[in-house]
Every structure is written in structure tokens, then in C-alpha cells.
Write a protein of this length. Structure first.
Length: 409
């Protein structure tokens, strides 16, 4: 029989604890543990959820990895993508690749009697991943794209729609210009309005038919300005980007969605620092409170320590009794902390009660990432760290003399 653990359970669940100082101390210890679990789980779930949601929004709109011509020189206006060395079929056959879609992008202006807006017209073809794009729609439908003629339907962002005071089914004129050429006018019908909550996208991009963009850029019906590659999981992006880069030819280059908007990635990087800082602070608070609980319990049970030493218990055994005792009284705090945190996270995940300003946070609702590994890691980590931190203060027991302890009683 494990004597320290057995004795710890006896005193931890004894009814004698309910009418003395230990009742208050035990409550404080459990409360600090519960708060530590709640804050830690909320921080991890919301922090990681926000990182994932922002990355996925960027990637699901513009492609996880884009192939572009080096002649485009990072311009919004597409240059003709070189087919020399481009092994598109091999890219499509990669196990991590979900879909690909071609595009041609050209800058222009949308104008009506109310206002005007600078835009990037992204022309897409009949391989456009409309299912992936549909999650961004707030009104209307996805444009029907055909490459046999010119599709007049376009999808604009809610930000552009508000600036121009236009709605679904309204017509709008777009103006495109090229160097040393007269402006080109095109009339479109707004068939859909989207919203990604990412300002750099919502301020600029209009989705329409690829043949319009080809005509403006002077391309043939078989030429494209780039290819968007969608992966099955955004976590594969850093691993797959170098592999794809080997298959695009020396006249083209690849651009990851996470590199296309560096300011957003700098914002996301703050989450890692905040998560580490908040969890560290909560661990310190929990450890201080648990050590306080241990010391007060030792002082309160000085006479019991004296009796145990008189009966032959070693200092090591008695230390383990009190460490186990302290960890056992933490368990209700861990349970209730997990229940409260998970209840809030489930409510937020499925009802979105807490909203954000997308102008500042790139999200309109606080996202939640629920991961059983993180839930278990927080509880187990608090128990282990608390147990280790109790070792040093438990050495106070070795300073207690059995004779003085019994005399004190």
C-alpha cells in the first residue's frame, strides 16, 4: 500500500476539514486553480482559433499558394504566365493539393454617380472554386463563369458596395487603362456581395470573368496570368511551397498566402507572445496560491506531523502526504475550471456571442479552436508544475520537531 497517498486521501476527504481554517484555504486554492484553467483554455483556444481563422480566410480567397510570372514584378496587373517548365499536372497530383484555378488580374476603377473606388479585377475561369468562395457571400450568388464568351456578372465586396451605394442586380461601369492606350470601359452587373473581414482584400478585389481581364491585358484565350493552388490543410503550406516551386519553371515564381500580406502575419505573430505571457502569469498565480495553501495546511496540522514522526514516518513520507493532499484538493478546481471554460467556448463557437471590429482584428466574430490535446495539456501541466513547485516549501516539515509539535498541541 502507498502510505502517503492513502493518508492524503483520508485527510483530503475527511469531514473534519469543514469547520476550520482549512475550509477557507481549500476554497482559495481551488478557486485559483479554476481561474487558471479558465483563463489558460480561453487564451489558447481563442488565440489559436484567431490565427487559424485569419490564415484560412486569406488562403481561401486568394489561394494557399499562387504561381505568377516573374515579369509581373509583384504588380497587381498580371503578366502572361510562362508555360516553359511549368508542370501543372504534377502539381495537381500532389497529395496535399485540393484544387487549382487560373486567373488574370488587372487594376481599374469602379465608378457611378455616387462615388468611385480603385479595384483589382480578378478574372477567373470555369475552374473557379465557387464552393470555397461561397462561404464569403453575404448576399446574391457566385458569378457564373464561362470562357466561351464574356461573363457580365461580378462579385464585389460589401465595403465597395457600401462606398458606391450599390446592391445586387445593380449595374456598374469599370474603367481600365493601359500605358499609351485610351481607357477601356466595361459595364457589369453586380450578382453577389462578399465579405472576408480582411481589409486589404475587401477594399480592392472584384471577382469576374477571366475573358474580360484577358482582353484588357491583351492575352489570348489560352493564356493566363497566374494559378491559385488550394491545399487540403493550411498547415501544409510551408512544407509544400518549396516542392511546388520546383515545378513552376524558372520564368515563374510561387507566392504563399502568408507572405502576400506580411502586415497580417505580423499581427498574427502577436498571438503567440500573448498566449505565452498570459499562461505564464496564470501559472505564477496558481503556484503562489498553491504554495500558500500547502504552508498553511502544514502549520495547521503541526501536531499531526509530530504524531506521524513519533510513529516512525519519515520526512519524505510526510512531505509526500502534504504534496498529495494539496494536489488532491486541486482536482475539483480543475474539473470546474474545465467545465466553465468549455461551456463558454462551445457557446462562442456555435453562437458567436462576442463580436469584433474587423477593421482592427480582421475578424467579425471571436473564433474558437477546440482541441482535446490542449485541454488535457493545460490540466496536466498545472498539476505537474504545481507538484514540482511544492517540493521546496514542503521541506519545512523536516524542521518540525516531534517533541515541540506534540507539546504545541
Amino acid at each position: 500500500m502507498n502510505f502517503p497517498l492513502y493518508f492524503s486521501k483520508k485527510i483530503a476527504f475527511s469531514k473534519d476539514n469543514k469547520n476550520n481554517l482549512s475550509r477557507v484555504i481549500v476554497f482559495i486554492g481551488r478557486l485559483s486553480v479554476a481561474l487558471g484553467v479558465i483563463v489558460s483554455l480561453l487564451t489558447i483556444s481563442i488565440g489559436l482559433g484567431s490565427k487559424k481563422a485569419i490564415k484560412e480566410r486569406m488562403a481561401d480567397f486568394s489561394g494557399h499558394i499562387s504561381i505568377k510570372s516573374k515579369q509581373s514584378n509583384n504588380s497587381y496587373n498580371s503578366s502572361i504566365l510562362s508555360t516553359e517548365g511549368l508542370q501543372l499536372q504534377k502539381i495537381k497530383e500532389m497529395p496535399d493539393v485540393a484544387t487549382t484555378q487560373k486567373f488574370v488580374a488587372v487594376s481599374g476603377i469602379l465608378r457611378n454617380e455616387h462615388n468611385f473606388a480603385g479595384i483589382i479585377f480578378k478574372g477567373v475561369g470555369n475552374d473557379f472554386d465557387s464552393v470555397r468562395f461561397r462561404k464569403f457571400l453575404v448576399e446574391g450568388r457566385v458569378p457564373v463563369i464561362t470562357e466561351k464568351g464574356y461573363s457580365s456578372g461580378i462579385c464585389i465586396s460589401q465595403k465597395i458596395a457600401n462606398d458606391l451605394h450599390i446592391n445586387v442586380k445593380d449595374s456598374i461601369v469599370a474603367i481600365f487603362s493601359k500605358e499609351n492606350q485610351s481607357p477601356l470601359y466595361r459595364k457589369f452587373e453586380v450578382v453577389g456581395i462578399y465579405k472576408t473581414d480582411i481589409k486589404m482584400i475587401d477594399d480592392l478585389f472584384v471577382i469576374g470573368g477571366i475573358n474580360h481581364a484577358r482582353k484588357i491585358q491583351g492575352m489570348s484565350n489560352t493564356e493566363v496570368g497566374g494559378i491559385d493552388i488550394f491545399l487540403k490543410n493550411i498547415n501544409y503550406i510551408d512544407e509544400d511551397a518549396p516542392k511546388i516551386d520546383q515545378l513552376v519553371g524558372y520564368k515563374n515564381y510561387t507566392l504563399k498566402a502568408t507572405d502576400e500580406y506580411p502586415q497580417i502575419m505580423d499581427f498574427i505573430a502577436i498571438f503567440d507572445m500573448n498566449i505565452a505571457l498570459i499562461i505564464s502569469i496564470m501559472l505564477v498565480v496558481v503556484i503562489i496560491n498553491i504554495i500558500m495553501v500547502l504552508l498553511i495546511l502544514i502549520i495547521e496540522r503541526t501536531n499531526s506531523i509530530g504524531m506521524l514522526k513519533t510513529l516512525g514516518a519519515t520526512n519524505g513520507q510526510i512531505r509526500m502526504i502534504f504534496i498529495n493532499y494539496t494536489l488532491l484538493i486541486m482536482i475539483p478546481g480543475l474539473i470546474f475550471g474545465n467545465l466553465i471554460a468549455l461551456l463558454f467556448l462551445f457557446i462562442q463557437k456555435y453562437f458567436g456571442i462576442i463580436t469584433l471590429n474587423p477593421e482592427n482584428y480582421y475578424l467579425s466574430v471571436v473564433p474558437v479552436e477546440l482541441n482535446i490535446f490542449h485541454i488535457l495539456l493545460v490540466s496536466f501541466g498545472i498539476l505537474v508544475v504545481s507538484g514540482i513547485s511544492l517540493v521546496v516549501p514542503s521541506y519545512l516539515i523536516s524542521k518540525i520537531s516531534p517533541v515541540k509539535a506534540i507539546k504545541y498541541n
